[in-house]
Structure formats: structure tokens, C-alpha cells
Design a protein around this ligand. Structure first.
Ligand SMILES: [Zn+2]
Length: 265
């Protein structure tokens, strides 16, 4: 009986030790997974937040009392949609900045040329609009950006000064690649999400809400590296956007004009 009593508690105790060490191990794995996830979320936030300078300086707007604002279009040229945008800009006597995709310039060279000859500014939005670009090496990104510069220059005679990363997504080393390609990384302060808006009035009201002096508005005349994508809501909204901002006293400038104002003496 004495042997049994001394034996029983020992087993119970060792069972408890094994159980608590398993719990500690599980807790450590759980904590480590949580830390890794938190790190990834924070890293992604700094990569996507258009206002974040954490990995490098981005140009997104200027601080000014002057009612100047830059209208920008991403992902073109894109066939009829870009041509309709150009018609509206001409009717409204407004110049805009187009962040074009190299592959799209090669597909629609005449439209790319027209963007430039109409007096608009053409800037770099990468060669293929690939989400994965920012995960590539600094040298690979540099090669992509210089290739896009050359495509744009060959078809329009304009050499880009600015680079807007696809989806606004910036890895820490992408800034070095852009600098090596002599490009200033630019984002925005007013992303209208026109590509997913259910109606033109949603886009118009969104711009009403966020437009401010020195701001940069983003609209889309294309969709990545796809061709022939329609943007009926954006096309319907565009004249209203321009007229509303004009009525409030805004003057439309290109991204270069806005950037140069911030460094003007
Ligand atoms: Zn884009």
C-alpha cells in the first residue's frame, strides 16, 4: 500500500509537468505566429499606405493655400476609354498626367502619342503592371523602369520624371531602383476607387470629399495591362468632377507643375 501511494502521486506530477510544458510550447508557437503576422501586417501597411514615407520618400501632394490640383489617370493607354478622356480634357481645357503601362503604350502607340501631343504629361507606371514587381530585386525593378522610360520616350518624345508603382505597392528596395532610373516615386492623396464604383455619383462625391489644394487625384483610363476595358462610370463622372472643382476655384496642373511648386523659391 505504501509503495502504491508513493508511486501514484509521482506519475500524476510528471503528467502535470509534461502537460504544462506542452502548453508552454503551444503558447510560444502561438505568440511567435502572432508576432510574425503582426510584422507582416505592419510591413504591408507601410508598403501600401500612399502617405507612408517609412521605406522612402513619396510625393503625394503639396501643402499650399493655392487652389491647384493634379488630375491623374492610371493604367492606360486603353483604346476608346483613353480617347474619350482626351476629348473631355480638351473640351474642358484641362491638362492631366497619365501614368501609363509600357506594354499598353506598345499596344496603342498612336493613343500614347496623342496623350502627349494634346499637351498632357506622361509618366511611368511600370512595363507590365505586375503586382510581383516589388518583390523582384532592385536591379530587376530598375531594368523594368528604364525599359518603360524608353518605350514612353520612343513613342511620345517625353521622358518620364515620375514613377507610380502598380497598386501603389512599394518595397523598401524599390525606392533605390526608382532613384537609379532618375524617377521620383509618386502616390496620391485622393484615390477615388473609380474602378469599383457602382455609379458616377459615387466617384463625384468621393472627390468632393477628399479634394484639397495641392492634392493629387487618381482615376483610371485602363485596368492593369488589359486592353479594351470600359470605364463608363468614370467617363460619366469626369466632366462633373472637372466642372465642380472649377466652380470651387481650382486650377488643374500636372504632377510636374505641382512638384515644382513645392520646391519653388
Ligand atoms: Zn495601376
Amino acid at each position: 500500500m505504501a509503495i502504491g501511494r508513493s508511486w501514484m502521486p509521482k506519475t500524476h506530477k510528471s503528467f502535470k509537468i509534461v502537460k504544462s510544458s506542452k502548453l508552454r510550447f503551444r503558447f510560444k508557437i502561438f505568440a511567435l505566429t502572432g508576432l510574425i503576422l503582426a510584422f507582416l501586417v505592419i510591413a504591408a501597411y507601410f508598403s501600401y499606405d500612399p502617405a507612408s514615407n517609412f521605406y522612402g520618400n513619396v510625393f503625394k501632394s503639396i501643402i499650399t493655400k493655392d487652389k491647384v490640383i493634379a488630375l491623374t489617370f492610371d493604367d492606360g493607354p486603353n483604346g476608346e476609354t483613353t480617347l474619350k478622356v482626351l476629348d473631355i480634357l480638351k473640351q474642358e481645357d484641362v491638362k492631366a498626367t497619365f501614368f501609363v503601362v509600357g506594354d499598353n503604350v506598345k499596344f496603342y502607340p498612336a493613343i500614347a502619342k496623342k496623350i502627349a501631343t494634346d499637351g498632357n504629361e506622361i509618366e511611368n507606371h511600370s512595363t507590365h503592371h505586375a503586382h510581383s514587381l516589388q518583390f523582384e530585386t532592385e536591379y530587376a525593378i530598375y531594368k523594368d523602369l528604364t525599359e518603360t522610360n524608353q518605350i514612353i520616350y520612343a513613342h511620345t518624345g517625353q521622358m518620364p520624371r515620375f514613377y507610380r508603382p502598380p497598386f501603389g505597392f512599394r518595397s523598401p528596395w524599390a525606392f533605390g531602383a526608382a532613384r537609379a532610373a532618375k524617377l521620383i516615386t509618386v502616390t496620391w492623396n485622393d484615390l477615388t476607387q473609380d474602378y469599383s464604383a457602382k455609379s458616377d455619383s459615387v466617384i463625384v462625391s468621393y472627390i468632393e470629399k477628399f479634394a484639397r489644394p495641392g492634392g493629387v487625384i487618381v482615376l483610371h483610363d485602363g485596368s492593369g495591362a488589359k486592353h479594351g476595358v470600359d470605364h463608363p462610370n468614370m467617363l460619366k463622372a469626369l466632366p462633373q468632377i472637372i466642372e465642380n472643382l472649377k466652380a470651387k476655384g481650382y486650377k488643374f496642373v500636372t504632377v510636374s507643375e505641382l512638384y515644382d511648386r513645392s520646391y519653388a523659391k
